[in-house]
Design a protein around this ligand. Structure first.
Ligand SMILES: Cc1cc2nc3c(=O)[nH]c(=O)nc-3n(C[C@H](O)[C@H](O)[C@H](O)COP(=O)(O)OP(=O)(O)OC[C@H]3O[C@@H](n4cnc5c(N)ncnc54)[C@H](O)[C@@H]3O)c2cc1C
Length: 382
């Protein structure tokens, strides 16, 4: 019988230095909560935007942890970053403003950016002053990014970009968009060729940002239309034609983080507290969810270790995303089953937001249906 490949790398125990950092972040969060700086949010990394809180984190040195010192960063490991982000998410802290820049754009700039782009953008990300959005999805090409129709046409000294991006989280409050566009016509034999990335200023002439409201009225999504938007040569990101490879390497960072397990953690903690105090009837389903979240957490931390070692983690990240996002959704459902008119209004609101946000957990960052296909391919099942 053949052995199945190991999908997720092994996890190592937390080093004392990381344990100390964890305690420091917890103390900071306790102080912030006591000072009324925030109340816990569900899905805080996408919907809780607070630039003052971001600035407070930057002062502590907790943004740009993995960015080298020469670009204003702190030269620490992905595991340091993991500890800080895990504590912030578990507390439901308002981290949306810097999330995309810190998680995704900074490592991408280090991997594919020019020296000029690194100096132009990294210090602002580390100071919590420069915010980014991601322009990948389009109408009719979400899961199938290779069918992107936004086109960039070569002109003197740069490119002119025309097309529409959707579901662009935070674009209305960000400074720049990391955009994927076609730079040569689709070749049916090589659908992933001819795609390129650009760093587009969100106040560029010809660019329009229109809100798309969440079903409960919240606004974090947008449609971004580009009509012949000029992007100079120094904002071409990476290599022209290499967009597919660049985007898929960014997705390793996007899919595996603690945000794929902890979006509803404040709800799980609230449920456990209330069951522990006897305010809600004890339910063994809580234990099952704690076990699942613990397993997903171990795997997510293991992927952070893998990224730290500069080893590929795409399939492992897909496993974390499928298991983690299903669990965080099931937490919302269990809490919803236990809430009624007698539940305190603060917790009821938190649970209702979790239920409203639930459909997005398994969709964003690549849908779970597609990721199951990626995992199946690795296992030799398709
Ligand atoms: C909260 C949230 C935030 C987001 N933020 C951003 C952002 O900032 N920037 C950005 O670019 N995008 C963002 N997205 C978009 C997201 O990445 C896309 O919605 C996602 O990739 C799916 O694309 P789609 O919506 O076009 O659905 P589709 O691709 O049309 O898929 C619809 C359904 O069909 C299934 N499906 C499609 N093809 C197949 C197949 N071959 N086999 C089996 N099933 C299939 C999918 O799994 C899904 O269930 C965000 C989405 C959410 C929910």
């Amino acid at each position: 019988m053949s052995t199945l490949p190991r999908l997720v790398p092994p996890c190592s125990p937390e080093a004392p230095e990381l344990r100390a950092l964890r305690e420091e972040v917890r103390e900071f969060l306790d102080d912030q909560r006591a000072a009324g700086a925030f109340t816990p949010h569900v899905d805080c990394w996408i919907s809780a935007w607070d630039e003052e809180f971001t600035a407070a984190l930057a002062i502590r040195g907790w943004l740009g942890l993995t960015v080298p010192e020469e670009y204003g960063g702190h030269g620490k490991s992905f595991l340091h970053r993991y500890v800080v982000t895990e504590e912030l998410l578990a507390a439901g802290a308002p981290v949306a403003a810097h999330w995309v820049g810190d998680r995704q754009i900074a490592p991408s700039l280090l991997k594919y950016g020019t020296e000029g782009q690194r100096h132009a953008f990294l210090p602002g990300i580390v100071r919590g002053e420069r915010f980014f959005a991601i322009g990948m999805s389009e109408p009719d090409s979400g899961s199938d990014l290779a069918s992107a129709r936004t086109r960039a046409v070569r002109v003197e000294d740069g490119w002119r970009i025309t097309g529409t991006k959707v579901w662009t989280s935070g674009a209305h409050r960000s400074h720049a968009l990391m955009l994927l566009a076609r730079t040569s016509p689709v070749d049916p034999e090589h659908r992933h060729a001819g795609l390129s990335q650009f760093i587009v200023d969100l106040d560029s002439p010809g660019l329009t940002i229109s809100p798309i409201h969440w079903m409960n009225g919240e606004h974090h999504f947008n449609e971004v239309s580009l009509d012949e938007v000029f992007v100079p040569d120094d904002r071409v990101f990476g290599e022209i034609g290499n967009g597919w490879k660049q985007v898929t390497s960014e997705l390793g960072f996007e899919r595996s983080g603690p945000e794929r397990t902890l979006s509803t953690f404040p709800v799980l903690a609230g449920l456990a507290d209330r069951m522990g105090r006897g305010e809600l009837p004890a339910d063994p389903a809580l234990g099952r969810l704690v076990a699942r979240i613990t397993g997903a957490r171990q795997m997510s931390a293991a992927v952070a270790g893998q990224l730290q070692r500069h080893l590929p983690a795409d399939v492992a990240a897909a496993v974390v995303k499928v298991l983690g996002t299903t669990t965080e959704g099931d937490i919302a459902d269990l809490a919803d089953l236990h809430c009624d008119d007698t539940t305190d209004p603060g917790f009821r609101d938190l649970v209702q937001t979790a239920v409203d946000h639930r459909p997005g957990f398994t969709i964003r960052g690549g849908t779970n249906e597609i990721l199951r296909g990626v995992i199946a391919r690795e296992l030799g099942l398709r």
